[in-house]
Design a protein around this ligand. Structure first.
Ligand code: CA
Length: 227
């Protein structure tokens, strides 16, 4: 499910936005604490939403400054929501890397259309990098796996292994295939390194999902268990 994060300091507006989003089939996340920008940036980093709706006036904090900080570390699409209609703030927001700009008050249909358009634009070509498996959402482009409210990150090698397993879901991926993907098949050097990488990946997934999802087939390879 696509996760949209609402960054808006007024609880009533948050509530209404949340209802609009959920009604349209999105998962609505929110920031409820507006102490300082560091705390908000950290929360955004932990939540890793697919899109952010950002209010510009945040209980004395600057939404534009927050956008600038977010842009220094991520490409998450951002739609600015504001009651301030001056052209300069619009231009400024675009300069800071906002993906769209919506003036309050807005109609919910317009808001949803703009969200869909931004998501379509930003997710194009990235579809093969998103997998759903065992209740987890796996984003190979970002190397991130979310399960319920938690998210973990994988190393490059772990991602290479998981991608092969996902692409061959239901079947066995041979050790040779994995070693070729990882190290161009220098098997005598890396046979043990493959075992270590697979077991790290297995442990990470097991901690997140609560059960082992990588099965070892002695002498053959590995497969994913579950769907
Ligand atoms: Ca506000």
């Amino acid at each position: 499910m696509t996760r949209v994060l609402i960054i808006e300091d007024e609880p009533e507006i948050r509530r209404v936005l949340g209802e609009i989003l959920v009604g349209a089939g999105y998962e609505a996340l929110e920031i409820a604490n507006f102490e300082n920008l560091d705390q908000i940036s950290t929360e955004v980093g932990e939540l890793q939403p697919d899109l952010i709706l950002l209010d510009l006036g945040l209980a004395g904090l600057s939404g534009l400054e927050l956008l600038r900080r977010l842009r220094s570390t991520s490409n998450i699409p951002v739609i600015i929501l504001t009651g301030n209609s001056t052209e300069s703030s619009e231009l400024l927001a675009m300069g800071y890397g906002a993906d769209d700009f919506i003036l309050k008050p807005y109609k919910s249909e317009i808001l949803l259309l703009r969200i869909r358009a931004v998501l379509r634009r930003t997710m194009e070509g990235a579809h093969q990098d998103i997998y759903n498996f065992a209740g987890a959402r796996i984003d190979l482009a970002r190397g991130a796996i979310s399960f319920q409210k938690r998210r973990i990150h994988l190393t490059k090698n772990e991602m290479v292994i998981l991608r092969q397993l996902l692409e061959e879901r239901g079947g066995i991926v041979s050790r040779e295939t994995l070693m070729t993907e990882l190290w161009n098949n220098q098997e005598y050097i890396n046979d043990n390194a493959l075992t270590v990488n697979v077991s790290r990946l297995r442990t990470k997934l097991e901690k997140l999902i609560g059960r082992n999802v990588i099965e070892t087939h002695k002498g053959l390879g590995y497969s994913l268990v579950g769907d």
